[in-house]
Design a protein around this ligand. Structure first.
Ligand code: BGC
Length: 468
């Protein structure tokens, strides 16, 4: 399958050579994605066998999957990106759900300050949410499902220590601690009548919520600010659990696939990725995530753009005419947002007018030629295609490992990349054709918007049922 790339007709020879070189660096041949897929499957086995693998394969301890018939009211909390979401979720049976929710912005100072302040803020937000709801359910302790979208080594449905932060979080005093305890302490100190009943990753939450609607779904996936996948595994295949007794044959596993191939054995990493990684707050970690997810794609594009400016191959006309102001935005780390890539990829005007307006209005680059804009669009396409192809490779590895190629399966996906980035799904599908062949159309991909909150409430419900 070849992916459509914009033609750059009027590029000069030097530009052509540079574009060809960059195109090669970002391209993933069919052979390469087959190799990556195989390595992914091998790493899944390793992660299931022992702790500490870069593909962590973390057991979720969620006791079973929902039937859709359950009833009851539970709280859910979702921490993992820009916002903290607090929800009250009522299961009405018959796969029907009623949700009341509120979002609270997580300030940068909380993300990188002391963990205690972050968890106090969460407890206060829950308190505020309950006050706004009124007293209707405040007779005794409310059970809460906590979606915590970071790598946590779980040891029970309501216990898990933070391995490391990702996605720009770096609060001190949390790594190595049980995040349920941290939250429960803050709730107790502030007299908020809530019991943290279940801890789930957002991928696990997404899968649970999806299963409530589509029974027997195989995977829950996030393709947004960060990326990760969870899937249903046979308990007996999770060798590192030893003789642990579990009340079901299956258990959801949070793969933490962002850390896949941190050793860089198969992933083709470019100079531009290395620069991003070195300058990030978690160098040498989450390498797969850094090639795929929304937090990073803009920055990779910025690195390529800067390289071409510095090589005198981009914006030549303005290079010597304007002051530094022109490049102020583009010189800044994270100055080129992934949302621009999305808009540039969607720009179908012959003169790339929308791309021009991003350059002018968002980046203060006032003069650009059509060739400049075409080159920029090509860069965005290369980065977007590579991201979708790598995501598809991870999905195909799980589908193959679970022997679901011939029978087919359903996958619930949440996240801005999957929902809004142009052609993302289509590029995943194109890659499935190469990796899975004629059975590719038996794989159903569905949007599972905001599933993780509902999923956390389902986990709380199942944990409460198990306690009875
Ligand atoms: C985290 C995962 C999470 C993913 C999607 C990654 O950075 O490590 O736990 O599932 O982001 O939010």
């Amino acid at each position: 399958m070849s992916f459509h790339l914009i033609d750059i007709k009027d590029a000069n020879e030097l530009q052509r050579a540079a574009i060809l070189d960059i195109t090669r660096q970002f391209e993933l041949t069919t052979k390469k994605i087959h190799d990556i897929k195989q390595h992914f499957i091998n790493e899944m086995h390793k992660g299931l066998e022992k702790h500490g693998n870069s593909l962590a394969m973390i057991p979720s301890y969620v006791p079973g999957t929902p039937t859709g018939k359950e009833i009851g009211t539970f709280l859910a909390l979702d921490l993992g990106g820009t916002n903290l979401r607090v929800c009250q979720i009522t299961f009405l049976g018959g796969s029907e759900i009623k949700i009341k929710q509120q979002k609270y912005k997580v300030l940068e100072s909380l993300k990188t300050g002391e963990a205690r302040a972050l968890f106090d803020f969460i407890a206060e937000s829950i308190d505020r949410f309950l006050t706004d709801l009124g007293d209707e359910h405040n007779d005794g302790k409310l059970d809460l499902g906590f979606t915590f979208s970071f790598p946590v080594e779980q040891t029970a449905i309501n216990k898990g220590t933070l391995l490391h932060w990702t996605k720009g979080f770096a609060a001190t005093g949390a790594v190595g601690k049980d995040v349920v305890e941290l939250l429960q302490d803050s709730l107790n100190r502030k007299n908020v009548p809530v019991r943290v009943a279940a801890l789930v990753n957002d991928t696990v939450g997404t899968l649970l919520a999806y299963t409530y609607i589509i029974p027997n779904a195989l995977m829950g996936v996030i393709l947004g600010t960060g990326t990760n996948g969870a899937y249903v595994e046979k308990v007996k295949a999770i060798k590192k659990l030893g003789n642990f007794h579990f009340n079901s044959e299956d258990m959801i596993v949070n793969m933490e696939w962002g850390g896949f191939d941190n050793e860089r054995k198969v992933l083709p990493i470019t100079l531009f990725d290395n620069k991003l990684d070195r300058e990030s707050i978690n160098p040498r970690a989450q390498i797969f995530e850094k090639l795929i997810s929304g937090m990073y794609l803009g920055e990779i594009a910025r690195n390529v753009i800067i390289h071409l400016i510095d090589s005198d191959l981009l914006f030549k006309e303005i290079h010597f005419q304007f002051s530094n102001i022109t490049y102020q935005r583009i010189n800044q780390q994270w100055g080129f947002e992934t949302a621009y890539l999305s808009r540039i990829e969607a720009d179908l005007t012959p003169n790339l007018d929308n791309t021009n307006s991003i350059l002018k209005n968002d980046l203060n680059v006032y003069e650009s030629s059509l060739t400049d804009r075409q080159i920029i669009k090509r860069i965005c396409q290369l980065i977007g295609i590579r991201a979708a192809r790598l995501a598809a490779t991870g999905l195909a590895a799980v589908i193959t490992h679970r022997k679901a190629v011939e029978s087919g399966c359903s996958i619930g996906i949440d996240g801005t990349l999957f929902e809004f980035y142009p052609h993302f799904e289509q590029r995943i599908r194109g890659t499935f054709d190469e990796l899975i062949g004629s059975n590719a159309d038996k794989i159903a991909l569905g949007l599972a918007r905001d599933g993780s909150g509902v999923g956390a409430a389902i986990a709380a419900m199942m944990a409460a049922k198990n306690r009875e």
